[in-house]
Design a protein. Sequence first.
Length: 323
Amino acid sequence: MKRNFTVRRGALDGVEAFLSVARHRSFRKAAAELGVTPSAMSQAVRALELRVGAALFIRTTRNVGLSEAGERFHARARPAFEELVAASDVARDLGQRPSGLLRLTVPRAVVPILLEPLIASFSKAYPEVEVEIAVSEGLVDLAAGGFDAGVRMGQFIAPDMIAVRLAPPFPFVVVGSPKYLRRRGTPQQIDDLRQHACIRIRRSNGTIAPWSFVSGNKPIDAIVAGPLIAYDFPTMLGAALEGMGLAQVPSPIATGPVKAGKLLQVLQPFAPMTPGVFLYYPSRHQMMPKLRAFVDHVKRRSDTSHDARLQPDDRRARGTRKR
């Protein structure tokens, strides 16, 4: 059976007054409890009775009792009203101190490098906040996805977002295993990539991203080909480590393998710089205490952090290509 869940305007008006009178069996005592006059209390109950369409109390000069309709109304209204009060208390509590669930959307590559140390220290400092990390390489609408904040490289963040730096600017580097480079040779120019197996990444919109370079001050996009298309940078890095081909990845995730000699950097003079990695969120006015605590924690933990709106001019200077 299809039910109509539309609540008539003002349907909850007078319910608290009704419940108080029912509890005390007295308009005067109920009025004192709620801090209003007995007349105001009586008017609120009468207005409720008119909307319900039935008398809820049996009134005499000495007593106030519930009618049959009042008994049935009371049986449903009291638990429902108590749930509304409890819901209000929970919401108020979340708005007054850091607690509840903090949901973050982040690329997989930044979790071990940036987030794990931050989350560990944050959880220790704020034990009443649960942190949920949703890994996504695509650009996510925070509001539609139910996220409090996200982490992305600066050039991909909308200009109306508030951004807090997590990592300084870094280059995108091309890396390959020593075994692969011995077999295929070391590229010296961007055009040499035509002769190489290049591991590519598919963007969130479905297209395959070109590799980006700079020559002098001129940005260059190179269309490359190879045996593997990945959806995130750690997968590309892993394929390069296995000798499948060259990969262009953020330098922070390649630093360890490069230092260990497992990967070598090539085409270094042409590596493009990115503005770094940022925590971003919509507005200070909508910020809950749990998010404010996390933002403050990020700022305290980062020597280079600063809070600023990303301006459109900055985004043009940094580049707006989506990976």
